[in-house]
Write a protein that binds this ligand. Structure first.
Ligand code: CAA
Length: 634
């Protein structure tokens, strides 16, 4: 065992390194500063035949091995971690599931353009309630005729709206846990498929990240990947390989930081000699080089195992966990060697320090990598709650969802005003428009749907007539700059804890909803009936902002200036009754065995998800042999 890469690997490395040094390095600072997607760079990578490195030539790929792919991600990340993950997410997550689980038709239609780099791929697994616990997926896909109807939300999706083809995971059979999840190929541009705004991230800022929003998206039946119920295994199998990509990314970031620190330590003199000749610095460099070598062996050997079709899930988790952990240590030491100079914005080491952190978080946190590794070593721990996962429900809790969409705008406005008055809102009183959001009893809030800046006058008038302060979504403050940053409501902004929140032209991204989850009443006004905000509201009007807002202001105008509102009294939320569970358990009258539809009766070929009523007549209690009619409902 020589533990060496081949000459071909090193030729490839040099080719990519040269490209990264000449084409990416000069613009990396700007890409980071502007959170800019490097469209030209990705096009050139496609021209270099690198977007489908490990896929066979017949499917548009370069026909190289997994190690070549790892080297490509490493070399891009050595210069810019964002470029590295664009390639990694495209190859390992957006393309691999089609290559490994797709039909021949799916490969021809989707894999070929992905591997040629004509299209970009992405992977939609993570959700607000399904991060590390990926099996908690809540996005649904319901089969109606020739299509699945997809509804839900994916968060933190790499390649976001720059991608064209998405692998999306959704529940096709509810209440049976991970076996009810299926995978789909979804195309950008399909009606009802939308994106949230790009996240403003600490690092890897050249890589676009955003939410995927699905509202009644029609996915053709033939875009089901694998079989129904195989989605979770497809996701897990894909992530096993994806982790080699992230390990390579961490390796590249660490390598770049190490090289920069080494070069600097030879130039920088203190106490009459280069700092690399101070023992404390030379020992740091020695440790960095050792960690890099150990990490590289882990990454390359897991790539080799995958290439040789040997088990590699544990090894790729080890590579991802170890390399990203030591990457953090290496960038930290590298910045320390640079001292104050390294702390300045624009220094490569400062960017590497920020880029590194995500590698311990995404494609499975390093805590989850340890779960995976441990389960390979000692087996999976027994599940506490059987196959059924509990759902925490919507971010804003259960809401009334009374949406006025029929009739004239006047009728819809009157219906809303009547409902709010019935809920005891007094519109003869009001608060100052600039009351801090977290102290305001009411807020009228503007989203991007408000359109031109002059329309903020409509918001102001509605705030005056409804006795509210003014707020907005993050893009309205940050991008459009219609209001100051202290007015934006959301997870990273101000939290609204008052009674009435009137959102105007806000789509309802998860990050915004987290800022209003404690509102007593949420009202949505939006012209898109499929905007997620409606599913998270008590009342809503589907209609044009420019038409509805003036009418609503007029309807709330009592002809006098508003009196000063008394100190806020938090109103109690009226929560609609919970929907009954979709199935019941049955207990055997003979021995007390409980038939749970979520688990089924595997030993007797009864699949999880089979309702008791659907059990074959000849089915008998697996414990005592009693017949079906001896069971009683519990
Ligand atoms: N390959 C194939 N099947 C697998 C598998 C694998 N690697 N791992 C698990 N499975 C199967 C199991 O065998 C089991 O099947 P059976 O029911 O037939 O036995 C089924 O899947 C369920 O397995 P578990 O009971 O182990 O599942 P779990 O619910 O306990 O979860 C977990 C396991 C490892 C914690 C998993 O949820 C996980 O990996 N979480 C992390 C999610 C993650 O990595 N997200 C990353 C998102 S993508 C991203 O971040 C990309 C980016 O931005 C760049």
């Amino acid at each position: 065992m020589s533990f060496k890469t081949t000459e071909e690997h090193e030729v490839l490395r040099l080719r990519i390194r040269e490209f990264a040094e000449n084409e990416i390095k000069p613009i990396a600072f700007m890409l980071d500063q502007n959170s800019e997607y490097p469209a030209e760079i990705i096009k050139k990578l496609a021209d270099m035949n690198l977007m489908g490195i490990p896929y066979p030539k017949e499917y548009g790929g370069a026909g190289l091995d997994i190690l070549s792919y790892a080297i490509a991600v490493e070399e891009l990340s050595r210069v810019d971690g964002g470029c590295g993950v664009i390639l990694s997410a495209h190859v390992s997550l957006g393309s691999y599931p089609i290559f490994a689980y797709g039909t021949e038709e799916q490969k021809k239609k989707y894999l070929i353009p992905l591997a040629k780099g004509e299209k970009l791929g992405a992977f939609g697994l993570t959700e607000p309630n399904a991060g590390s616990d990926a099996g908690g997926t809540e996005t649904t896909a319901v089969l109606e005729g020739d299509h699945y109807i997809l509804n839900g939300e994916k968060i933190f999706i790499t390649n976001a709206d720059k991608a064209d083809t998405y692998i999306v995971f959704a529940v096709t059979t509810p209440d049976i846990g991970v076996r009810g999840i299926s995978a789909f190929i979804v195309e950008k541009g399909w009606e009802g498929f939308d994106f949230g705004d790009h996240y403003d991230k600490l690092g890897i800022r050249s890589s676009p990240t955003a939410q995927l929003l699905f509202n009644d998206v029609k996915v053709p039946k033939e875009n089901l990947l694998g079989k129904e119920g195989e989605g979770f295994k497809i996701a897990m199998g894909t992530l096993d390989g994806g982790r080699i990509g992230i390990a390579s990314q961490a390796l590249g970031i660490a390598q770049g930081a190490y090289e920069n620190a080494l070069a600097y330590s030879k130039e920088r003199e203190q106490f009459g000699k280069p700092i690399c000749q101070q023992q404390i610095i030379s020992f740091k460099l020695a440790d960095m080089a050792t960690k890099l070598r150990a990490a590289r062996f882990l990454v390359y050997s897991s790539a080799e195992l995958k290439e040789n079709h040997e088990p590699y899930g544990m090894e790729s988790a080890m590579a991802k966990q170890y390399t990203s952990d030591v990457c953090l240590e290496i960038v930290n030491d590298a910045l320390q060697i640079f001292g104050g100079t390294g702390y300045l914005k624009g220094m490569e080491i400062e960017r590497a320090y920020r880029d590194a952190k995500i590698c311990t978080i995404y494609e499975g946190t390093n805590e989850i990598q340890r779960v995976v590794i441990a389960s390979h070593i000692i087996g999976k721990p027994p599940k506490e709650t059987g196959a059924i996962k509990s759902s925490k429900g919507p971010i804003v809790g259960i809401r009334k969802r009374i949406i006025f969409k029929d009739g004239t705008s006047e009728e819809k406005v009157n219906n809303l005003v009547d409902a709010l008055k019935k809920d005891s809102y007094d519109f003869t009183v009001g608060i100052e428009l600039d009351t801090p959001i977290n102290k305001a009893e009411r807020v009228v809030s503007a989203g991007k749907g408000i359109g031109k800046k002059e329309n903020m006058e409509l918001i102001k008038e509605l705030a005056i007539q409804s006795g509210s302060a003014i707020g907005c979504s993050r893009p309205v403050a940050e991008t459009l700059k219609y209001l100051t940053l202290d007015r934006y409501v959301g997870m990273s902004g101000q939290k609204f804890n008052g009674n009435l929140y009137i959102s105007c032209g806000i789509s309802g991204a998860g990050q915004h909803l987290k800022g209003i989850k404690d509102a007593t009443t949420i009202v949505a006004i939006n012209n898109n009936p499929k905007a997620p905000i409606f599913k998270n509201s008590d009342y809503g009007i589907v209609g044009d902002i420019e038409e509805v807002l003036p009418l609503l202001s007029k309807a709330l105008d009592n002809g006098e200036p508003k009196k000063e509102a008394p100190p806020m009294k938090k109103m109690k939320r009226i929560i609609p009754k919970k929907v009954a569970p979709s199935w019941k358990n049955f207990v055997c009258g003979g021995c007390g065995y409980e038939y749970d539809a979520g688990i089924g009766d595997i030993d007797n070929d009864i699949k999880p998800g089979t309702l008791f009523e659907k059990l074959p007549e000849e089915w008998i209690c697996p414990e005592c042999g009693e017949e079906k009619d001896m069971f009683i409902e519990v």
